[in-house]
Design a protein around this ligand. Structure first.
Ligand code: GUN
Length: 173
């Protein structure tokens, strides 16, 4: 898909296609579409990120809370979005053994209790051994720093989701 195609979409189609660039936040796609036409993928990306950056802290935390826990209840129930399923699968989190799953669930619970939102790695960049290690490390970070780290991860995730939709390799690490 090229940027001309994106610019030609009507509002409904745009929200259908880009509604999960930020997990379960179609409102962000709706706001982005209401603003303007886009010059290229990077410009489109910047509009998504500028919206999240401009939210008050409560809104930013709300965006984070829209994400499912890694290897959590939604995965067990088959309720993940296609994008989250793909990312968690690529990191090996959909095939954890019972002991690994329990360990991650315990860490996820500690993280949520401390920060009020789920642990957010750019899961496609990680793997099943790195995720709990990174979670355990970030559990000790100051809350303001962790909010900023988590929002940075949401951007990495969004960048890759957008690149997938536009068939671009621009977001490859
Ligand atoms: N990293 C990449 N995708 C996801 C997701 O769906 N949830 C969380 N918590 N982290 C992610």
């Amino acid at each position: 898909m090229d940027i001309e195609k994106v610019n030609s979409m009507d509002f409904g189609e745009f929200v259908d296609v880009f509604g999960n660039v930020v997990e379960r936040c179609p409102l962000i796609a709706a706001a982005v579409r209401s603003q303007c036409l886009f010059s290229d993928l990077e410009d489109l990306e910047q509009h998504f990120f500028a919206f999240t950056d401009a939210l008050p802290q409560s809104g930013q935390e709300g965006v984070l809370r829209c994400h499912p826990d890694l290897a959590g209840r939604e995965l067990q129930r088959g309720e993940l979005s296609a994008e989250s399923q793909r990312e968690q699968s690529a990191a090996g989190l959909t095939s954890l053994g019972a002991a690994e799953r329990l360990w991650l669930a315990e860490l996820n619970a500690q993280y949520r209790a401390r920060f009020g939102f789920p642990f957010m790695p750019a899961a496609r960049l990680s793997d099943r051994a790195a995720v709990p290690r990174e979670l355990a490390r970030r559990l000790h970070c100051p809350p303001a720093q962790e909010l900023s780290t988590a929002l940075g991860e949401v951007k990495k995730i969004g960048r890759r989701r957008l690149a997938d939709l536009l068939g671009s390799h621009a977001a490859e690490p």
